[in-house]
Design a protein around this ligand. Structure first.
Ligand code: MG
Length: 288
């Protein structure tokens, strides 16, 4: 790769914007897909306020009968809560089929391994959701331990999980995020629980399902019976959304409405196919 030939290496602030837009225009064909996958926070909304263009693009895709899926790593809240929040925010009917989070991917993972009895660190929403897919909670003889974003975690639950793991039972985690951003600040998330469990047991998780690992997308494509080339992912984080998309051979679109900036492309050495200011820009290009 000749670095100086890359549009995102340009130093001049105006020229880099022109080059970014030229790159998007040149790849326009790649925007036409069957499945459109969206990260939520920083892509669709920030602090539950819609980002410019999100509604326009979703409505446009909906009219074209495209498949739309909103993904999330967060396994502490139910898919019905996501459904309710997005319905209110976008003021359109969001169904269960529009939502795919690490809980659903974890359920598919367990099924693929023929595992039906687990001990889980998870909220009531998480437990109810996996149980609705015929996974049973077993605190006597589980086949696997599942670590989710348990905002109701207790010492007793941790102790039990660690003793099971020390006895040789494998464990997985729904996602690797160390912290979760909230109004109060960053709070401990599943990645921090993994560190604690690793310290206490000297055992690493057998698998981690959520972003940036490819599991989440692979299970989603399997569920929808689609090929990677038929999907595009929009996200605001290079090192999770875009990294995962590239891992899975999807077309990738970074939006600059959240965390990552153009200069981060060099920092992380992850180059998205498209870079849009926000979804409005993507919408404008797609409807052209
Ligand atoms: Mg995001």
């Amino acid at each position: 790769m000749v670095m100086k030939d890359k549009w995102w290496m340009i130093q001049d602030p105006q020229k880099i914007q022109e080059a970014r837009i030229a790159n998007n225009n040149q790849k326009k064909k790649l925007l036409k897909k069957k499945l459109y996958i969206f990260d939520q926070d920083g892509t669709i909304y920030i602090n539950f306020h819609l980002i410019e263009g999100a509604k326009d693009l979703i409505e446009f895709l909906n009219k074209k009968d495209k498949k739309i899926v909103f993904i999330s790593n967060n396994s502490s809240i139910s898919t019905s809560t996501y459904k309710k929040n997005l319905t209110e925010l976008l003021k359109m009917e969001i169904t269960k089929d529009h939502i795919y989070n690490s809980t659903l991917a974890t359920t598919q993972y367990l099924k693929s391994k023929n595992i039906s009895k687990v001990y889980a660190l998870g909220t009531k929403d998480f437990i109810d959701e996996i149980c609705s897919y015929d996974i049973k909670i077993d605190d006597k003889k589980p086949e696997m331990i599942v670590v989710a974003f348990d905002t109701t975690l207790t010492y007793d639950k941790l102790k039990k999980a660690c003793l099971f793991i020390r006895s040789g039972i494998e464990y997985i985690a729904t996602h690797p995020d160390k912290v979760c951003p909230t109004k109060e600040g960053f709070i401990p998330d599943t990645g921090s629980f993994i560190s604690l469990i690793e310290t206490a047991t000297d055992v690493k998780p057998k698998d981690i399902i959520g972003k940036p690992n490819p599991n989440l997308i692979n299970f989603l494509l399997e569920k929808m019976n689609l090929k990677p080339q038929e999907a595009i992912i929009f996200g605001d984080r290079l090192y999770t959304d875009i990294k995962m998309g590239k891992h899975c051979n999807l077309t990738t679109a970074l939006v600059l409405s959240g965390e990552s900036k153009i200069k981060d492309i060099k920092k992380y050495e992850i180059e998205p196919d498209f870079v849009f200011t926000n979804l409005k820009e993507a919408y404008n290009l797609l409807k052209k």
